[in-house]
Design a protein around this ligand. Structure first.
Ligand code: SAH
Length: 363
């Protein structure tokens, strides 16, 4: 068991419980042992690989997306470019390089990276040292500078803790973590039912709600409604709210039990995009999408970009095509349909690139 696992067991030794939400929060963000606080989790050597780490095309297309959104916002100067959970800084590095084709945008932007992890902030600093843009780091979104903004978030919302509720004996009870007789961490449910949940469902059904994601989305949408701008979210999740336990732990690219080694494996839950859209609209912003990541990247021109890169470096053409397929393909082990793209924007901003109705396609 991990150090954090031992610590959690100690606190539960007298028969107590902690909610799944609290468990996830500790596993990811405990200041001493939290997963993101202690390591670089990405790449083939790490626990999982994200889209910007698969191909430079991903960040480049998002950089061009940002430049177009800036133009449609009326070219504000300065414009805040804010990234949430920037990982290794790869997306921002590729985006800033691609945005050089719009020099006025490059000249107007300043970048704020929102990161809670000290080791990842250091890696981002090194990756962006020569990016040629003013960059500042902040620990929370509330600390980002005011003004019209373009906000980017890839695989950020899935790292925010979720509450789970389980249907037991015709009632909903919050899911918790406790110790079993053998001293192992196991799932259970709270003694008291939830008085405010009354949806009918089969025994054992699970509902997930991320209060942290709702709070965050409300704050972000209210800011965009008041100060202008647009945000782009890419994440794995579902477009329609439904039942299901999506808590998932990954270690060295292999799925492991979510309770086995807290702090040593990545722990995520699928993003409920419909729920996020409701919060964003309630706070006064417009929502575009969600659509499949594959359709989004195709609309931004990933196929053309892949061909151009392949022609420029024929020795890498196979690798580039494989990366393109992994990003847009809709089969198993491909990200094109599993991942969704959704934009949240000030109502005055036109539908951003990728979210515009396709004139070639009948409605
Ligand atoms: N966007 C990157 C990394 C995704 S992993 C990529 O696509 O490669 C999630 C990122 O969010 C990590 O950088 C992690 O440290 C950060 N993170 C997790 N919880 C956070 C929080 N509450 N506030 C800010 N950043 C957070």
């Amino acid at each position: 068991m991990s150090a954090l696992g031992d610590q959690i067991k100690l606190t539960l030794a007298k028969g107590g419980t902690i909610t799944v939400e609290r468990f996830m929060e500790l596993a990811l963000a405990d200041p001493q042992y939290g997963y993101y606080m202690t390591r670089d989790p990405f790449g083939t050597e790490g626990d999982f690989t994200t889209a910007p780490e698969i191909s430079q095309m991903f960040g480049e297309l998002i950089g061009l997306w940002a430049a177009e959104v800036w133009t449609s916002m009326g070219r504000p100067n300065p414009v805040r470019v804010i990234e949430l959970g920037p990982g290794r800084g790869t997306l921002m590095s590729d985006a800033l390089r691609a945005a050089r084709v719009v020099p006025e945008f490059r000249a107007a932007l300043d970048v704020t990276l929102i990161e809670t992890s000290p080791p990842l902030a250091q890696i981002q600093y090194d990756a962006l040292l020569t990016a040629g843009a003013p960059i500042a780091w902040r620990g929370s979104f509330a600390e980002a500078p005011d003004g019209p903004a373009i906000i980017l978030a890839n695989e950020f919302l899935d790292a925010l803790p979720v509450k789970q509720f389980e249907r037991r004996g015709g009632q909903w009870r919050e899911r918790v973590v406790r110790l079993n007789g053998a001293g192992e961490l196991v799932f259970g449910v709270a003694d008291k039912p939830q008085p405010f949940l009354n949806a009918e469902a089969d025994e054992g059904s699970v509902i997930e709600v991320s209060a942290a994601a709702h709070r965050f989305m409300f704050e972000l949408a209210a800011r965009l409604a008041k100060q202008g701008g647009a945000a782009l979210f890419l994440d794995y999740g579902h477009a329609v709210t439904g039942f299901g336990d999506t808590l998932q732990a990954l270690r060295a690219h292999i799925s492991v039990g979510p309770l086995t080694e807290p702090g040593e494996c990545d722990l995520t839950a699928h993003v409920d995009f419909a729920a996020m859209a409701r919060s964003a609209r309630a706070a006064g912003a417009a929502v575009h999408g969600p659509i499949d990541q594959g359709d989004f990247l195709r609309a931004l021109g990933v196929d053309v970009r892949a061909r151009a890169l392949g022609e420029r470096s024929p020795e890498r053409a196979g690798e580039i095509e494989a990366a393109r397929r992994r990003l847009v393909g809709k089969g198993d082990n491909e990200m094109g349909a599993l991942f969704k793209a959704m934009a949240v924007a000030n109502r005055a901003v036109p539908a951003p690139p990728g979210f515009q109705p396709n004139p070639a396609k009948p409605a």
